[in-house]
Design a binder for this molecule. Structure first.
Ligand code: ZN
Length: 273
């Protein structure tokens, strides 16, 4: 995996005031290769009727312009949205904005992640190490969507602690949010954070222990979901998303079945700062 070298890290001094993590991302995004159309490329939802190739540079540019217009139309009076508009409108080749709200920078980071994690994982698999993908939905990564009040750094610190305590030696991946609306039981919409990560599988009954730690309230239906890692670029790409869902729980009525709970997903645009 290519992480910034010592000289590159010295260059990072120019990003004064940024955290090391921000500075590493800036350094990655200085490489124009990730904004182009070369490898890596992959197929999204392979073998499904809706399968499609991963996004091309021109599509990301279009999405960038669309995001800018959308923010301008709906958020020009909102200080967070105005800040985002200013960030992403100055995104140009060799002078990228590095904002998580910018579809071009998000795609570049995703391409870097997919290629480098894929190669690092291949070397570990050759060494007979056991890797799996996990989706993790901790109950402590949730907050009221109408008045979000969540310290994301604390959530990550707690999750790292929980994963380490069940023996997971390392994890690499990303997080995203959905807005969950329960039309059956009512209540305020909940902004729920979730993680998609590649991990090295520990020994023993780690998954039940982890579930107990990340879902002590018992509120989350599927706090942990495990999937075989098939060395696929698409599986890794899923960690760094640019689409966020609104999940509505409702009662579905059909002629074939008694009324039952169902969840529908719709995309939404997040403009939180
Ligand atoms: Zn950008």
């Amino acid at each position: 995996m290519h992480l910034p070298s010592k000289s590159e890290m010295e260059m990072l001094d120019m990003f004064e005031g940024l955290t090391i993590r921000d500075a590493v991302i800036k350094s990655i995004l200085n490489d124009e290769r990730w904004y182009g159309d070369g490898s890596p490329q992959w197929t999204i939802s392979a073998k499904k009727p809706w399968q499609r190739p991963s996004q091309m540079a021109a599509q990301a540019r279009e999405q960038h312009d669309k995001t800018e217009r959308l923010l301008d139309r709906h958020g020009s009076n909102d200080p967070y949205a105005s800040h985002l508009i200013k960030s992403i409108e100055r995104c140009h080749p060799n002078r990228h904005c590095g904002s998580g709200a910018c579809p071009e920078c998000q795609r570049a980071l995703q391409r870097w992640f997919v290629e480098n994690v894929h190669d690092a994982a291949a070397a570990l698999l050759k060494d007979k190490r056991k890797l799996i993908l996990v989706s993790i939905v901790p109950d402590y990564a949730a907050t009221d969507a109408t008045r979000p009040n969540l310290n994301w750094e604390n959530v990550i610190a707690k999750l790292c602690e929980d994963m380490a305590s069940v023996g997971i030696p390392w994890a690499i991946g990303g997080s995203d949010f959905s807005v969950n609306i329960d039309k059956v039981n009512g209540g305020d919409p909940v902004l729920q954070g979730q993680f998609w990560m590649l991990i090295e599988k520990p020994k023993g009954n780690w998954s039940d222990d982890l579930k107990a730690l990340i879902n002590s309230s018992g509120k989350i239906k599927k706090p942990l979901f495990k999937r075989k890692y098939a060395s696929s670029h698409a599986q890794l790409a899923y960690a760094i998303k640019n689409e966020f869902n609104k999940r509505e729980t409702y009662i579905k009525r059909t002629k074939l079945r008694n009324p039952h709970m169902n969840t529908r997903k719709k995309s939404f645009v997040a403009i939180f700062g």
